[in-house]
Design a protein around this ligand. Structure first.
Ligand code: GLY
Ligand code: MN
Ligand code: MN
Length: 361
């Protein structure tokens, strides 16, 4: 590892540095050096047969030895990347895909951290449900979730949450989170804390006043049925990929919606009512291993999200009673050999549990 060396003058302003010795001790680096020596190191490293490197401007390309030497001269500027791009002979290979391959199956230690992460966030959701009322704004509910996650050991929220009451939930990336919550509306909250850098990613949807209306109940139960059926597929035994689970989820969603009065084409379902994917890999990043495609079969100890949703616009192609309603239910699952392990099971999602929770503040 190359790190900035200890410097009392700089540390006076910016705080303590780990330094070269500290890096060996704390991060178990085999070798550690002052980063001022990096250009010289690079000169030797570039003589290696394979160079693995990521850069926003560098696509996998070819690098000649003479170019490599020039890179050393440009070691401290970004111009050397231009040299790499344009020259021949030596292969430069992308690094991040290899790292993502190492990250996609979690170790037992990682899963322990993710259990803790999921549990912290799930408990924050319980507190948020108990506390929700029409007297508060979305911004205040965001603050409540942030507070409850941090008080349980999260260092930070893993992403800017969506706290969307009423029709705000129809916008998938609503993050203004600044409106007054209204009696009779649902609030859709997509929020998760990080624990020891591992993200959780939960969505729950609950009534601002604590009681679902009849149409809200029917639509909610439809989404919940799809959520639960898809979670059951998070096993190696099911021999299925995330894309495969997505296909199942759209088929089931269409059936569920038909039962409650929708006459919806597959096109309308996939483009309007349920326009996003059922899930993604989860880990150190919220969208973990994002370069690895979702058609690979799920293997034991992968961690994925399952997050079907329905967003009914004000459009008379859809039943009036559901218009303006947005519902998503998102859980985090460890893929098991025969059974999934739901990291976010503590966050209430059955209608009775949510209403019980909302009533007990
Ligand atoms: N919170 C981002 C997502 O659900 O993918
Ligand atoms: Mn989410
Ligand atoms: Mn997600």
């Amino acid at each position: 590892m190359f790190v900035p060396p200890k410097s009392p003058a700089d540390e006076l302003w910016d705080g303590p540095r780990t330094g070269v010795d500290g890096v060996k001790e704390i991060f178990a680096a085999d070798e550690a050096f002052d980063n001022g020596r990096f250009p010289m190191f690079l000169k030797d490293a570039l003589l290696s047969k394979h160079v693995f490197m990521d850069s926003p401007v560098l696509k996998p390309s070819i690098l000649s030895e003479s170019t490599a030497m020039k890179m050393v001269d440009f070691g401290k500027s970004s111009k050397w990347l231009d040299y790499i791009k344009s020259k021949t002979q030596r292969a430069v290979k992308p690094l991040s895909v290899l790292v993502q391959e190492l990250r996609i199956i979690k170790s037992e230690n990682e899963i322990d951290l993710m259990k803790k992460s999921g549990n912290i966030s799930a408990k924050a959701f319980i507190e948020a449900m108990k506390w929700t009322s029409p007297e508060y704004t979305e911004a205040q509910l965001w603050a409540k979730l942030d507070y409850e996650c941090r008080m349980r050991g999260s260092s930070i929220l893993a992403y800017v949450p969506v706290v969307a009451s009423g029709p705000n939930g129809l916008s998938m990336h609503y993050v203004r989170n600044d409106m007054q919550m209204r009696d009779g509306d649902l609030v859709l909250v997509d929020c998760g804390g990080e624990y020891q850098s591992y993200a959780s990613d939960i969505t729950r949807t609950w009534p601002v006043n604590g009681k679902f209306t009849e149409p809200q109940k029917k639509l909610y139960q439809a989404v919940l049925n799809v959520n639960k059926a898809c979670i059951k597929l998070c096993t190696e035994k099911a021999n299925i990929s995330l894309h495969g689970i997505h296909s199942v989820s759209t088929r089931l969603m269409k059936e569920e919606l038909a039962k409650i009065g929708f006459k919806t084409s597959t096109w309308e379902l996939e483009r309007i009512l349920y326009p996003h994917h059922v899930g993604h890999y989860l880990g150190l990043d919220v969208h973990d291993c994002h370069d690895l495609d979702r058609s690979r079969k799920l293997k034991q100890n992968m961690v994925v999200t399952i997050e079907p949703g329905i967003y009914v616009p004000f459009d008379d192609r859809f039943p009036r009673e559901y218009q303006g309603t947005a519902i998503r239910i998102e859980d985090n699952c460890v893929v098991g050999a025969e059974e999934p392990y739901v990291l976010t099971a503590t966050a209430p999602k059955e209608i009775v549990d949510i209403e019980y929770c909302c009533a007990n503040n």
